[in-house]
Design a protein around this ligand. Structure first.
Ligand code: FMN
Length: 218
């Protein structure tokens, strides 16, 4: 069991496959009843709540997250949908201080600012994907992987923030050298990164959603 800060205990154990298949075979109203009993309405739905309440975290404790937490986040990334189901992206979690220092320097250099763009997070998760000239869905695929991981991190009480400039960093000779050291195939691009760790300060309040964000046409 993993403990979520807002949502209570979250089971990491998937329901038995046979049970899931049986529910799928039920008439829609039975499926609805199962969903209702499980989540007691949309407002209480733990997944929807997690999606609503995730915020970018930019202050981290130096303490490292557990392996169980890290693997739960990485695993969530692997379940993101990908174009044609190709599972094109590559995920690399970095906890090695020397490599984090190197990435920090490279990212700050691309940004042209003398600050830590990863906010001192003890774990940095890098997402790579094919060159879009080779696989047109690569950036979309990698973005969904990052999104899944951010939401998963929040659901288990971790803080995360998408960090940019990976595309430029890994297009440099030093970036390509690092990708080779990481054992990645040639020709990938950096899609984005996550700073990951235990939050040490509350995140910023979210901006209100713009009024015309979505519409329904019937
Ligand atoms: C594509 C993308 C790039 C981002 N790059 C950065 C970044 O480099 N540094 C940073 O602090 N936040 C970055 N963010 C986080 C956004 O600033 C943040 O998601 C936005 O302000 C909304 O806040 P929220 O995530 O708390 O809802 C990025 C987010 C996305 C989706």
């Amino acid at each position: 069991m993993l403990e979520g800060p807002t949502f209570g205990p979250l089971s990491t154990v998937a329901p038995p496959r046979r049970l899931v298949e049986l529910i799928y075979l039920c008439p829609v109203h039975v499926q609805g009843a199962v969903t209702f009993c499980t989540f007691v309405g949309m407002e209480e739905n733990i997944v929807l709540k997690a999606l609503r309440t995730r915020r970018s975290v930019r202050h981290f404790k130096p303490e490292q997250i557990t392996d169980e937490e890290l693997k739960a986040v990485l695993d969530a990334g692997t379940w993101a949908p990908t174009g044609m189901g190709y599972q094109d992206p590559w995920i690399v979690a970095v906890q090695k201080p020397e490599l984090i220092a190197r990435l920090t320097k490279m990212n700050a250099a691309v940004w042209g600012r003398d600050i830590d763009p990863y906010y001192g997070a003890p774990t940095i998760v890098l997402v790579f994907a094919s060159d879009p000239a080779v696989w047109a869905n690569s950036v979309c695929d990698g973005t969904l992987v990052l999104g899944n991981m951010m939401n998963a991190a929040h659901a288990i009480g971790l803080g995360s923030c998408w960090i940019n400039r990976e595309r430029e960093m890994f297009a440099t000779p030093e970036g390509r050298e690092i990708m080779a050291e990481l054992g990645l195939p040639e020709g990938l691009i950096g899609v984005g990164a996550l700073s990951l760790g235990y939050p040490s300060a509350p995140p910023r309040d979210p901006k209100p959603r713009k009024a015309d964000y979505w519409r329904i046409i019937r």
